[in-house]
Write a protein that binds this ligand. Structure first.
Ligand SMILES: [Zn+2]
Length: 262
């Protein structure tokens, strides 16, 4: 009784309407705290993995170029809409790591990693823009905050404002399980269908704003479908089926095409 009251109270206090999707979300943590935690985890990830420096490889340069174009497009769009405070604390970074894993992610504050393995499926710059648009949407739409909030409640972890300011193993595990797909920490947190649809819908819009053809998304997901038939990557284990996704992308296409200037 008391616990459910506390949860209700937090829910009431913490629900906010998302600036771009308009959907109400339960976000228990200040974005600034998540960004701070992201800095620590991002740095530690980069230290433990093989980062391919820009200037030394065409692929690493491409990751930075696509990332810059999309992040600029998003920043301009938010500024035009009077939403620039939504991106406060964003300090974009795009790194390519040498790993056969099919994976890519974006942490709060714009900390992005692309694994070389996913470049075998993207095959071209346009498809990489589709992937980055998708992952960046997860971050700017605060999907991670929402998932962490749900995980804390589900696992009975005490929800306190300073959850991420102490170096706590349990909270760090949840953070990494949410933001680094494939992290084996015994916490499985599937992406919700809502999050995936939002990331696909706004991801192709942001890619289109950056001058990339949103129609490539359908081709990319078809390639993903055929190339991963025998082994589903961790990145996809928490994602919905490709057939359903392609169907939805086609429904979203007209909206995205309106923003597309090659
Ligand atoms: Zn996703």
């Amino acid at each position: 009784m008391r616990i459910s009251f506390i949860i209700f109270f937090f829910f009431f206090l913490s629900c906010e309407r998302n600036a771009i999707t308009g959907r109400r979300q339960l976000n228990l943590f200040p974005e600034a705290d998540l960004q701070k935690q992201a800095l620590t985890e991002y740095q530690s990830f980069l230290n433990k993995n093989k980062v391919i420096p820009a200037g030394s490889s065409k692929q690493a340069d491409m990751v930075k170029r696509v990332g810059l174009r999309i992040s600029n497009a998003i920043t301009n769009y938010y500024n035009q809409k009077g939403l620039s405070n939504e991106l406060a604390g964003y300090n974009w970074e795009f790194n390519l790591v040498n790993s056969p894993e099919i994976n890519a992610w974006c942490m709060p504050g714009g900390k992005v990693v692309v694994y070389t393995g996913i470049l075998d499926v993207t095959k071209n710059e346009n498809a990489l823009a589709i992937v980055l648009g998708h992952e960046i949407t997860h971050a700017v739409a605060h999907h991670g905050n929402e998932r962490i909030s749900q995980a804390f409640i589900a696992q009975g972890i005490q929800v306190a404002g300073d959850a991420f300011t102490k170096n706590n193993k349990e909270t760090n595990a949840v953070f990494n399980a949410v933001f680094i797909p494939g992290t084996q920490l015994g916490v499985l947190l599937p992406n919700s269908r809502n999050h995936e649809l939002e990331a696909d819908r706004f991801g192709i819009i942001f890619a289109a704003m950056a001058g990339y053809d949103p129609r490539e998304s359908v081709l990319f997901w078809s390639r993903m479908d055929s190339q991963t038939k025998n082994h589903i990557p961790e990145w996809l284990a928490t994602h919905p089926s490709n057939t359903k996704r392609i169907q939805k992308l086609n429904e979203f296409m007209d909206e995205a095409m309106a923003f597309y200037k090659p």
